[in-house]
Write a protein that binds this ligand. Structure first.
Ligand code: G3H
Ligand code: 13P
Ligand code: ZN
Length: 342
């Protein structure tokens, strides 16, 4: 089947009361690991590419990798999402390329570092909603900022989402999904101790969900940074300092309160690098890249499968027929930007 709108995947997740992992890709092995995990668990899938990923892989390569994924895994509904678009221009070029969903991250200015004010965020996000919905493409916005700096994304400062502003933001922009800041960061170093629901500000999710029960909420920075992956990496020469990620059980709590998209990148990076370090250490005489890329792909698949099962998306790939982007255009026009999920 062709790439499907992310909006449809999230609407279906809301109906079924589950979450959908959104996994970042930069190369062939990551696309294969995620699609294979989706097949083995019969899950719908969201694959996302950052600006850095598009630059690294090259847009045309990324496009054809995703076309291959839809051909080879034709039974899996999969959405292709622009992660952390920094401007309408980035979102426009993603849509031109065939992405079925874009994130306009107006919580930061175009440099993707300086925190933006509310008025700027509303203006720029609304502009992207008008452009994207005219093509049937889904839009995710973000209110509040995460910590951590991942390549080119992030101010490093955490600003938690204000629930009052969240209500106004969703109403004024017409976004399909809202990323909220609850104290997480991108990357491996999120917390210096195991986070509880206070440190994670889960109450923000609960309050927004109460006031906007049909909004699809998104958790960024949701890698769990499992100890066994960090230990393996360090056992074979890595130097990851003691750290904590977002416990899977807290993500599951979020899913009970309207979280429908869960962003995971770091856990796949840790899994791949650990497997590669192990392969290098075990046979220094090997130099065929397949020797270390195969276990890396396998390790990423294992993480993705575990997350797909934990988030509840497993078993749901065949629940529905894909809606075309043309049909999404018609629905956005007919019902206004604010589609309801019930
Ligand atoms: O936004 C964070 C994602 O992990 C993507 O990271 O910009 O290094 O590709 P990246
Ligand atoms: P992690 O760094 O926790 O994997 O977060 C990824 C993310 O939020 C991508 O947008
Ligand atoms: Zn993110």
């Amino acid at each position: 089947m062709p790439l499907v709108s992310m909006r449809q995947l999230l609407d279906e997740a809301a109906k079924g009361g589950y979450g959908v992992g959104a996994f970042n890709v930069n190369n062939l092995e990551q696309v294969q690991a995620i699609m294979e995990a989706a097949r083995e668990t019969n899950s719908p899938a969201i694959i996302q590419a950052s600006r850095g990923a598009r630059k690294y892989a090259n847009d045309r390569f990324l496009y054809h990798l995703m076309q291959a994924a839809t051909e080879v895994y034709s039974e899996i509904p999969v959405a292709l999402h622009q992660d952390h678009g920094n401007s309408p221009e980035t979102c426009r070029s993603a849509i031109e390329l065939g992405f079925t969903s874009v994130m306009m991250d107006g919580s930061l200015m175009e440099d993707a570092k300086t925190p933006a004010d509310f008025a700027y965020n509303v203006r720029v996000t609304h502009h992207v909603v008008e452009m994207a919905h005219g093509r049937g493409v889904t839009v995710e916005g973000e209110l509040g900022t995460l910590g951590g700096i991942e390549d080119d994304v992030g101010s490093g400062e955490i600003h938690l989402t204000d629930p009052d502003q969240a209500v106004e933001f969703v109403e004024r922009t017409g976004v399909d999904a809202l990323a909220v800041a609850i104290g997480t960061s991108h990357g491996a170093y999120k917390f210096t101790k195991e986070p509880d629901r206070e440190l994670l500000a889960m109450s923000i999710i609960e309050e927004i969900n109460q006031r906007l029960p049909t909004a699809h909420l998104v958790m960024h920075g949701s890698s769990s940074v499992p100890k066994e992956l960090v230990d393996l990496l360090n056992r074979y020469g890595g130097e990851i300092r003691p750290t904590w990620g977002v416990p899977v059980r807290e993500i599951q709590e979020g899913i009970k309160h309207g979280v429908r998209k869960v962003n995971v990148d770091t856990d796949l990076r840790l899994a791949a690098t650990g497997a590669i370090r192990k392969a290098f250490a075990e046979d220094p005489g090997e130099f065929d890249p397949r020797y270390y890329l195969k276990p890396a792909r396998e390790a990423m698949k294992k993480v993705v499968k575990a997350r797909m099962e934990a988030f509840g998306q497993a078993g749901h790939a065949g629940d529905y027929e894909p809606i075309s982007l043309e049909e999404m255009v018609r629905r956005y026009k007919e019902e206004g930007h604010l589609l309801t999920t019930t």
